[in-house]
Design a protein. Sequence first.
Length: 181
Amino acid sequence: MKKYIYVLVLPLVVISGLLFANSKINNVPSKKASPKPLTAAERKAELKRWEATPEGIKYLNWKASDAGQKVFASTAKISKQVTTYSNMEAVVTALSLPPGSRLGFGVMVKINGEDYILSFGLESSKNEFQQLRSLKVNDKIIIRSHYVSHAPKYAYPIIAGDYAERDDKMLYKRAPRKDGC
């Protein structure tokens, strides 16, 4: 009888030992090469390479044009508020974005006499921008943003809307990213 018990227990011990050892091996981090961040010299070389492409040439021509200069001047006017994430008073000038834009939900606003695209991004749920849809032309809102961008396709700087309020009532606040960045 003892022999049968030993015969049944011994394979269980061996198999469980192998499984335990195998799980230890799988937890060892892989030694795959992760992409290293580029050095300043490598970044500069990549930028020079891109500037030689047709898209890069088109961008540089736009940047030097009057339209590009206007966009960069408008960006400079609000750069301090964006850097410090401070309140900016804006007036809604249009409830839709320029034709052909692919920025998701947004409105046109005027800040300190300059026009901007205020983009809130793509809608992930039906009710995400519900309160923002109640905005009307000439409404005064307070906005905050961490980021302003520009593109040759648009004649205005693009403000990424992180926070919006009207009459001391919050209309929108961007949820923090889940991936930690």
